[in-house]
Design a protein around this ligand. Sequence first.
Ligand code: GLP
Length: 243
Amino acid sequence: MKIIRTKDYQHMSRQAANIISAQVILHPDSVLGLATGSSPIGVYEQLIEWYEKGDLDFSRVHTVNLDEYVGLAGDHPQSYRHFMDTHFFSRINICAKNTHIPDGTDDHEDYVCSAYDGLIRSLGGIDLQLLGLGPNGHIGFNEPGEYFMKGTHKVALTEATIQANKRFFASEAEVPRYAYTMGICDIMQADRVVMVVSGASKAAILKEAFFGPVTPHVPASILQLHKDFTLVADEEALGEVVL
Ligand code: GLP
């Protein structure tokens, strides 16, 4: 595990964007695993800026997103499809058909999940996976539990996640209770994993995840075992660990 300590959110975003841009420049046909949430927005902003300057070309890139709320269509303002289109895809030269996110409106759970894993395989796997860190240690929507879920699956969101994500919805009742998420195996099989973490509110869970035991009760902890994992975190997020 490599740790890049940054002074703030903007610096964190730039450092992570550097890693992703190097990937895209060296391998223009890369498969990027992408994440939603407030943590990666700055990374996308930085990549867009470099794209606009002419330094990046996404025309041959494919993307697979981590997760999607079950029941939300792609045009719902809180769907992750809408998030990605708005914050990233519509602002770079990626082909829409090369961007993949589980279909939250398809309730054929087994089909959606096995098709998504099949899709990742058919793309040759993920070259670089970008992650945020959930407040309870989740990655994607792999929630804390008794064991690590391997492949894409439908998950019941925990109360902690519903509480954390209700800020994006008009009311708590509107927060979807289920999501489709890539599994731990999908994430661990990525050649490279980069996680962005910012702010004092993540300091305790960051310490637990990366300086405590590997356990499914803190799903992100498994990344300690990844062969090429880089944690890009700001000073506040690293506030509880001594480096
Ligand atoms: C959601 C997403 C995760 C994300 C997490 C943290 O639950 N499913 O992929 O990492 O939120 O979000 P934030 O970066 O806003 O703290």
